[in-house]
Design a protein around this ligand. Structure first.
Ligand code: GLU
Length: 442
């Protein structure tokens, strides 16, 4: 059984990049009839906040990405402690005391010599007497995971193909801070084992973490999950923009972007499959395939998002939008105005056109006479617009734009809009007469 997880750190709101990762994990699980877990990576007590946890849940719910189980790391500290003890006994974690400044200096020296800034493992040479001295001075150690340099790291990435790392080319990762708190890498590996995660799908920025984590899985005596790393998302300008990093569900909602639009776009962006206004999730699930994911950065184009959103809005059923429409606006009215909308909120403008009052333009003498005639000929039946325009055509000889435009303007106050066959019955006989009778009086 396929088990995937979305593991955000609740230190901020979800942005497009996170949303895309969540969606792909959801699609991967659903396409394999598996389970999709939400794991709150909140080991950083200082930066994590409950409001962000709530925000993450609300965003996933809004997007329709239901999850099958939820865990949070802050509730699992005892599990990490036990696993850590085992690693300690096996000599796979070791104590270090370098300060951030010292480490920074070491890195700079190496970089200055044109060498990769790999941690030099100086702490491995400390004796028990050294440790005792630090302890006596009240200096607590932080802990690094000891990579096995004899064991090269390899995996077949679901997107990037065969990956190879020399462990010696990586720094031993810090897994625990001096205050006892955890960095994300080790708890994440422990959780993936404990939760039976079969597939870790995440951003390319985690590739070297995966190399280290693969050795953690082995050290924990577990089989690692499959890994896939997707290319990052870039903005129109081709760079990882600041803007994308803060663009989240609230901003989308405010702009009238539907969750279905975000899902349809992000499901296919960066893959060889076309981005289409697909509302049917079953279709997105069925066609989801990691093999179609490209290695080039995926470009997030706001204009494409807007276009896709229009196409999605044009497919929304009344029941999907009813709670966002003005009071009284019924299904018939929604279906009449829907083809003219760029966003659902614009339906309110057309509802005002229907219910009035409207402001019609100033007409010339000829058009006024024509509209007075329209008032005389207006009859109310099955298709008042069809009846009115054919009667007027016969009576005046007008056709095309000369026939339709003054009528549309006088009845709606606008030059363009929904099909008048659908709109006029909604405006109704009383208001239609009122709007045309105005021209009879001179
Ligand atoms: N909390 C980590 C992050 O947000 C999780 C990474 C992962 O998916 O393993 O980067």
């Amino acid at each position: 059984m396929t088990v995937t997880r979305f593991a955000p750190s609740p230190t901020g709101n979800l942005h497009v990049g996170n949303i895309r990762t969540a969606l792909h994990n959801w699609l991967l699980a659903r396409s394999a009839s598996g389970r999709f877990l939400l794991r709150i990576d909140d080991t950083d007590a200082v930066r994590s906040a409950e409001e962000y946890v709530d925000g993450i849940r609300a965003d996933l719910t809004w997007l329709g990405l239901e999850w099958d189980g939820e865990e949070r790391q802050s509730a699992r500290l005892a599990i990490y402690e036990t696993a850590f003890e085992r690693l300690r006994e096996a000599g796979r974690v070791y104590r270090c005391y370098e300060t951030a400044q010292e480490l920074d200096l070491k890195r700079k020296v190496l970089l200055g010599r044109g060498l990769p800034p790999i941690y030099d493992r100086a702490a491995l040479a400390l004796t028990e007497a050294d440790h005792a001295r630090f302890a006596a001075d009240g200096v607590a150690p932080h802990w690094r995971f000891k990579l096995d340099h004899a064991e090269p790291v390899e995996w077949v990435d679901g997107i990037r193909g065969r990956q190879h790392f020399e462990a010696a080319q990586l720094s031993d990762p810090v897994v625990r801070r001096a205050d006892g708190s955890w960095l994300y890498m080790l708890p994440s590996a422990i959780d993936d084992v404990e939760m039976g995660v079969t597939d870790v799908l995440r951003g390319e920025d985690h590739v070297s973490n995966t190399a280290a984590q693969l050795q953690m899985f082995t050290a924990l005596g577990a089989n690692p999950p499959r890994f896939a790393h997707e290319a990052l998302l870039v903005g129109n300008e081709g760079k990882l923009s600041k803007r994308l990093g803060s663009l989240g569900c609230d901003a989308f909602r405010e702009r009238g972007i539907e969750p279905q639009t975000i899902v349809a776009l992000l499901a296919r962006l960066g893959t060889s499959q076309p981005v289409e206004p697909i509302m049917d999730r079953a279709r997105l699930i069925e066609s989801f395939d990691l093999a179609t994911f490209g290695r080039a950065p995926a470009r997030f184009d706001e204009a494409e998002l807007e276009r896709l959103n229009h196409a999605i809005v044009h497919q929304l059923s009344y029941s999907e939008v009813a709670d966002r429409l003005p009071a009284g606006m019924n299904e018939r009215a929604w279906l009449a105005v829907r083809p003219n909308l760029e966003r659902v909120a614009d339906a309110a403008d057309w509802w005002r056109v229907i219910t009035g009052p409207i402001v019609a333009p100033e007409f010339g003498e000829e058009d006024r006479a024509f509209l007075a005639q329209a008032a005389d000929l207006l009859s109310w039946g099955e298709d008042p617009w069809g009846a009115l325009t054919s009667a007027l055509k016969d009576a005046t000889g007008r056709k095309g734009r000369a026939l339709f435009m003054p009528l549309r303007q006088a009845l709606t106050g606008r030059d363009h809009g929904p099909d008048m066959h659908a709109l006029l019955p909604l405006i109704g006989e009383r208001r239609a007469r009122e709007r045309l009778d105005f021209y009879r009086q001179g």
